[in-house]
Write a protein that binds this ligand. Structure first.
Ligand SMILES: Nc1ncnc2c1ncn2[C@@H]1O[C@H](COP(=O)(O)OP(=O)(O)O)[C@@H](O)[C@H]1O
Ligand SMILES: [Mg+2]
Length: 301
């Protein structure tokens, strides 16, 4: 065990570890999660990516994970998706325990949709074929494929593009296909890893609004990772603020602004300003001793 890992172990020992003692079970529960990447030989744990992170997400919630580059946001999503087993901590979805203290507990991983920074469509397959590949992987019966493809494309207003090749689509359309594909498998929840960060701002704004429309119609739980404060404030019910890496969640902020929201709403600007002040010190851009710099946004008046 290297020294960084030992430090993490000492810190986390102070946190509550009785994972079964919670009175109310959230849909997604993450407790005292720590994750290290291994060296090239896949032996020693060398890179601490997440350190003692805890968060709870309710069913149907739009949750944003907000943190600086390298703080472990993508790693957290791979853990939630079942792709990576954390070395420490507890994770459950809908009451099913996925991991406990470094061990995978559930036999089956939850069915989750995943949307990445790039749309990740196979260019030699049509839009329809890209979606049916996901349906096949998810074990959906072939007789249902066409119906599901049509309805998921309709949801994203892409019904005219089923036979299109991905390279003929705009960047925004490709991302809408990626969202349609993530929803097509009828996921328990959807993980989104900075999905709009490579798009131009106008397209990104359009897609954020479209995503909120789809979220409201489907009622899916969404875990959306971003380093954009405005994006998080506009989209989220709750924002989980992470420290710089190795990340832990240091604050949860409920965005109490009614929907539908306007991206330019001055109330959102005000909240954004409070979040900026909070994260400046935590993300290492500010002297934390300066007045007000480290007051959590959730504790501001
Ligand atoms: N496959 C990997 N092998 C080793 N280190 C990694 C790997 N992926 C990410 N890391 C490291 O883990 C930390 C967290 O990375 P990541 O979860 O990608 O952060 P974020 O998504 O917040 O930018 C960073 O220090 C990164 O360099
Ligand atoms: Mg990332």
């Amino acid at each position: 065990m290297n020294s960084q890992r030992q430090v993490a172990a000492i810190d986390t020992a102070r946190s509550p570890r009785n994972h079964e003692s919670h009175a109310s079970d959230s849909f997604i529960r993450v407790e005292n999660l720590s994750y290290w990447y291994r060296d090239r030989d896949n032996k020693a744990l060398v890179t601490p990516a997440i350190e003692d992170a805890s968060l709870s997400i309710e069913k149907g919630e739009f949750a944003c994970i907000l943190g600086p580059s390298g703080c472990g946001k993508s790693t957290l999503l791979t853990v939630l998706s079942g792709l990576s087993v954390p070395q420490e901590g507890f994770v459950s979805v809908n009451g099913d325990v996925l991991y406990r203290d470094g061990t995978r507990v559930a036999n089956e991983m939850p069915r989750c949709g995943y949307v990445f920074q790039d749309a990740r469509l196979l260019p030699w397959r049509t839009v329809r074929q890209n979606i049916t590949l996901a349906l096949k992987a998810a074990g959906k019966p072939e007789s249902e494929w066409n119906g599901i493809v049509e309805s998921s494309l309709r949801m994203l207003r892409l019904e005219d593009y089923a036979e299109a090749w991905p390279l003929k689509l705009s960047g925004g359309q490709r991302h809408r296909v990626a969202i349609a594909r993530a929803l097509a498998i009828e996921p328990q929840f959807v993980l989104m890893d900075e999905p709009f960060s490579t798009l131009d701002e106008v397209t990104a704004r359009f897609l954020r609004k479209e995503l909120l429309d789809v979220w409201e119609r489907t009622g899916k739980t969404i875990v959306f990772v971003t380093h954009s404060i405005r994006e998080a404030v506009y989209l989220a019910d709750d924002i989980f603020l992470m420290t710089k890496g190795p990340g832990k969640v240091f604050d949860k902020l409920h965005i109490d602004v009614p929907r539908p929201r306007l991206y330019e709403d001055p109330k959102l600007t005000e909240i954004e300003g409070a979040v900026v002040q909070t994260v400046l010190s935590r993300w290492g851009y500010f002297d934390p001793s300066e007045e007000g710099a480290s007051t959590p946004a959730s504790q501001r008046g």
